[in-house]
Design a protein around this ligand. Structure first.
Ligand code: KG4
Ligand code: ZN
Length: 346
């Protein structure tokens, strides 16, 4: 058993994340990041055009203890200094999650410290706390990852309302699928961004619910429009500029996110906007959101790019919130492949 002081001012939290193809561990002290380690199997996964769950699980098994050891070493602390071990228990690839959860349970038991179960999505939301240590709710959050696209109203550190979300594909999923059509490697988002650099926004794209649909999104029509455009050109033997397709897609996918996020802040009267999830690493999105927030007088808090995509510092950051609430897990904790967004936030 352990003793724990949930009122400790700056607890030291070890975060562990293995929900997809990144084996990550990080140590934070309060909201300050002391270390942040990532071993990725993305290079191997790229050979297969996407994440192969069994390969991810094996890579986690090989990497997890060294990644955790390095995170603790680089933080300049000893195991005894750790106040709690926070681990992603869902959502994600079941086998991959199980590696992190099993490791974290054994590790927390061995060092006699409490275990905290972290929902991956709440980790993405908590990443903003690491960018601005004074950040406090209320704020409007744009969540844009490979599995989720939503606009949330964060009312307190533990209470959220979903204002809207995608009705079909997530925006990151659309980036990945369009990348494949354009012959770009996994992961699609950063490669579309690179390809779009020299391109022009000249290829017609569907309207994307702009100015309609409440705060909801639909990305399957956009993906299909790109597929149809490329296939039609190929069938007719007409050349097309991949860079223009990438740029036009990027603008259509991002502009609607920015427009609706700002509209939500206006409607709710909330003055601060944050964002999280892999797609928030996109430079065009970051610049557009910054410009729109500036124009409308909202404060914008964006996680650094490396804390938008999967990482363990965000898991430790959400662990900190749960620590303060006294929400600890016991050693029966199990991994969960899927958790509906509404359950994430309750
Ligand atoms: O949050 P994340 O790392 O994992 C999930 O929880 O899903 O998000 C991964 C998604 C992928 O779809 C990836 O293509 C996208 O984020 N992504 C990007 C960029 N970097 C990652 N999308 C657009 N531009 C980027 N620079
Ligand atoms: Zn993620």
């Amino acid at each position: 058993m352990y003793t724990v002081d949930i009122n400790k001012e700056n607890p030291i939290i070890l975060g562990i994340e293995t929900s997809c193809d990144e084996t990550a561990a990080a140590v934070i002290c309060g909201r300050k990041i002391l270390s942040d380690e990532i071993a990725s199997s993305a290079n191997i996964q790229a050979l297969y055009g996407g994440v192969v769950p069994e390969i991810a699980s094996r890579a986690h098994t090989d990497a997890v203890s060294l990644v955790v050891e390095n995170a603790v070493k680089k933080a300049g602390i000893t195991y005894a200094d750790i106040d709690a071990v926070a681990v992603t228990y869902g959502a994600g690839l079941l086998g991959a999650l199980l590696v992190g959860v099993s490791f974290a349970k054994a590790f927390a038991y061995a060092i006699k410290k409490p275990l905290i179960a972290v929902n991956h999505i709440r980790g993405h939301l908590a990443a903003a706390y690491l960018s601005d240590t004074a950040l406090k709710p209320p704020f409007i959050t744009l969540l844009a990852s490979g599995g989720h696209t939503a606009i949330l109203h964060t009312k307190t550190e533990s209470e959220f309302a979903i204002l809207g979300g995608t009705l079909d594909d997530a925006v990151g999923e659309a980036f990945d699928k369009v990348a494949r059509v354009l012959g770009l490697q996994y992961p699609g988002g950063p490669n579309i961004e690179r390809c779009a650099l020299g391109g022009k926004n000249v290829v017609p794209m569907p309207k994307m619910f702009k100015g309609g649909g409440g705060y909801n999104f639909s990305y399957s029509g956009l993906k299909t429009a790109v597929i149809n455009y490329c296939h039609t050109k190929e069938q007719k033997g007409e050349p097309y500029e991949k860079a223009d397709v990438a740029k036009s897609f990027e603008c259509a996918a991002v502009d609607v996110l920015v427009e609706k996020t700002v509209a939500a802040a206006k409607e709710t009267g909330v003055k601060t906007v944050t964002a999280g999830g892999g797609v928030v690493a996109n430079t065009y999105l970051r610049q557009s959101l910054a410009a729109a927030c500036k124009k409308n007088g909202f404060k914008l808090v964006l996680p650094e790019k490396r804390y938008c995509t999967d990482n363990a510092a965000m898991i430790a950051a959400e662990g900190l919130t749960q620590f303060k609430l006294g929400n600890f897990a016991d050693l029966r904790l199990n991994a969960k492949a899927s958790i509906p967004l509404s359950k994430t936030l309750s």
